[in-house]
Design a protein around this ligand. Structure first.
Ligand SMILES: Cc1cc2nc3c(=O)[nH]c(=O)nc-3n(C[C@H](O)[C@H](O)[C@H](O)COP(=O)(O)OP(=O)(O)OC[C@H]3O[C@@H](n4cnc5c(N)ncnc54)[C@H](O)[C@@H]3O)c2cc1C
Ligand code: SF4
Length: 589
């Protein structure tokens, strides 16, 4: 029997990026907020000290900061005919755990999606006709537009101290920025990071080929900065131990560096760490949540009653929480009915590995988001007529790390995988390796979805989340096209060996690809096809808001967190200025 705690105005499940942003906004509105976080407390000075941080084995390989499979994992199958099996070690994606969530060890690429990404179904149908889309493709418009979200993108970039160069300020095109981006109110808060040899070579080559190179928007501070909350960031030292590591320098945006120093001082905020929410509780007579039940580190169960429940547990965990709590009808791929679990998508990678001769790239001088990009082949920025696919990718040469263990895997063709010849080759390839890589869209399909596994359970006896996912022909064709473009640029950059890479026949959970899992509790304007409305409010329980990439109806050719942050701030605004005045559905079904 769970012990009951005093009621709060708001309970937040998970204190990562979305949880911290919402907690800050709602405590500012005077609400009493508690966050329940299943991982440990972590802070910059105690946990990401520059003297312990650059330990590649501990953080990069053994994944010290990440969710352990013994706590929770997922099962995977490629199609409904297969038996799903548990993922026993994080591979393709590596999920966060602990205060700050994956916001601690992300890179910091901070993108805005394209205007047409938000109206994808209408846009593609209008431009190419409905018959150009595969029959089982299940893409949707989002129910919000880029213009709706623009002020919230801006707000997130200023909280995060994003470094970049604007391409379009209030409709006026800016030299050296991304000409394909939607209009922004103002420039980035900080100028771009400095280029290194490979990124400068990419920018020069791509521009000579007629493409539009621009610096990747990076939440790694290019200069000292004080954000609108009054929190100071130090300039990035290009230490290169960024992705998979905390930043000991207060330079990479994270909940710890950019929100928590203010949030933790508020008397109307508290956090319970090492406490895992088991499920959301509902009022017996209706579709309103009454709070959550969680278990603490000693195994004791507690009920936390609250007027509003915010599900901020990361996209995949958000979906599982909805399914475990019976909020929203589970999706059934046979009938196409139900909404929770619908439209799971991911990120695709078409790329070209590059090996040069006689370079000294010094890859150890890098930053999490340092890169030069082109968007000429992203989204619908290019004519897809006759190509046989839709979608695209942002294409980049990055310099985000020179980690020796990870880089020792790169070998020139014909080099043995061990011995003295291998050692010699590692020393040479370390200085001569680069890549041109696409971060590609993945659209949603009727047969790719999330549900509860009928066999495998977690340590509390709750079903694991089952993923039914594989690559579709559309994404395979698209990444082959992108890999070809990457290879052309790589050749023009002067690489001696150029190795194009596109998607394998089947999704492989072993090699790392990206922790950009999207969908499953998607937003939209139709409760039969979406789990949450345009304010990320559950159609089924009006005091439950589900915040994160779970809301994306399909995934775009960018990293998600700029859009996740904008959606969190957009939802917070709706709760503050609409819901609190008149609690109930913000959109009538
Ligand atoms: C290595 C890596 C690099 C990345 N790089 C980029 C990048 O460059 N750009 C980009 O856009 N995105 C990047 N991402 C993705 C980015 O980190 C996420 O999009 C972002 O952190 C999502 O925010 P969130 O609040 O939804 O989830 P998180 O930040 O992960 O926070 C969720 C929190 O909920 C907690 N939680 C989960 N379940 C429960 C439960 N049952 N009870 C209590 N607490 C719970 C978790 O412990 C976690 O702290 C990267 C991710 C990884 C792993
Ligand atoms: S590269 Fe910069 S932002 Fe990243 S961890 Fe190092 S100092 Fe921090």
């Amino acid at each position: 029997m769970a012990r009951k705690l005093p009621k709060k105005d708001v309970v937040i499940i998970g204190l990562g990026w979305t949880g911290s942003l919402l907690a800050h906004e709602l405590t500012d509105a005077g609400l009493d907020v508690v966050a329940i976080e299943r991982g440990p407390w972590r802070d910059t000075s105690t946990d990401f000290s520059p003297t312990q941080d650059p330990d590649e084995l501990r953080y990069g390989i053994r994944l010290d900061l990440f969710l352990r499979p013994a706590q929770e994992t997922f099962t995977l199958r490629h199609n409904v005919a297969q038996q799903a099996l548990p993922i026993r070690w994080p591979g393709a994606f590596i999920v966060g755990n602990g205060v700050g969530g994956a916001g601690v060890h992300w890179n910091g690429h901070t993108w805005r999606f394209l205007e047409t990404d938000f109206t994808l179904k209408s846009h593609l149908t209008q431009r190419y006709g409905a018959s150009a889309l595969p029959e089982d493709m299940q893409i949707e418009d989002w129910g919000v537009t880029y213009a709706d979200l623009e002020p919230y993108y801006d707000k997130f970039e200023y909280i995060a101290g994003t470094s970049g160069r604007a391409g379009n300020i209030q409709g006026k095109m800016q030299a050296g920025g991304n000409p394909f981006e939607g209009p922004r109110t103002r420039d980035y808060p900080l100028p771009p990071l400095k280029d290194t040899a490979p990124t400068a070579l990419f920018a020069k080559t791509a521009s000579e080929m007629g493409y539009h190179a621009f610096p990747r928007p990076a939440s790694n501070a290019s200069e000292a900065y004080v954000n609108p909350l009054g929190i100071a960031m130090g300039p990035c030292t290009y230490c290169g131990f960024c992705e998979r590591f905390g930043c000991g320098n207060y330079s990479k945006a994270s909940p710890q560096a950019n929100v928590l120093p203010v949030l933790m001082r508020k008397s109307n905020f508290s956090v319970r760490t090492e406490c895992e929410v088991l499920h959301i509780n509902k009022h017996p007579g209706g579709n309103v949540a009454t709070g959550v039940t969680f278990v603490d580190s000693s195994g004791e169960e507690w009920d936390q009653p609250a007027d509003i429940v915010l599900v901020c547990a990361y996209g995949l965990h958000n979906v599982r929480m909805m399914l475990l709590s019976g909020i929203g009808q589970p999706y059934d791929p046979k009938t196409g009915e139900g909404v929770v679990g619908r439209n799971y998508a991911y990120q695709s990678a078409g790329a070209a590995g590059l090996l040069f001769e006689g370079k000294r790239f010094n890859p150890f001088v890098g930053a999490g988001s340092l890169g030069q990009c082109i968007d000429d082949f992203n989204g619908d920025n290019f004519d897809h007529a006759g190509l046989g696919f839709v979608g695209g990718a942002s294409i980049t040469t990055s310099n985000y790390h020179g980690r020796p263990i990870a880089m020792s895997a790169t070998r020139a063709p014909g080099t043995p995988a061990w011995g003295s010849a291998w050692k010699k080759q590692v020393a040479s390839t370390y200085q001569n390796t680069s890549a041109v890589a696409g971060q590609g869209s993945v659209y949603s399909y009727r047969d790719k979805y999330l549900d509860l596994d009928p066999v495998y359970k977690d340590r509390f006896g709750r079903p694991l989340l089952r993923m039914t996912f594989d690559w579709h022909e559309n994404e395979k064709k698209m990444t082959r096209f992108i890999a070809q473009k990457c290879a052309e640029i790589g050749k023009a950059m002067g690489a001696k060996h150029v190795t194009p890479r596109s998607l394998p026949d089947h999704f492989n959970v072993v090699p790392y690809q990206s922790t950009h899992n999207t969908g499953g509790a998607i937003m939209g304007d139709n409760p039969k096809r979406s789990a949450v409305n345009r304010y990320l409010q559950s159609w089924d329980a009006h005091n439950v808001f589900v915040i994160g990439a779970s809301a994306f109806p399909q995934n775009a050719g960018y990293n998600p967190t700029g859009t996740v942050g904008a959606l969190a701030l957009w939802a917070a605004d709706a709760i503050r200025n609409q819901y609190l005045k008149n609690p109930g559905p913000l959109v009538q079904a």
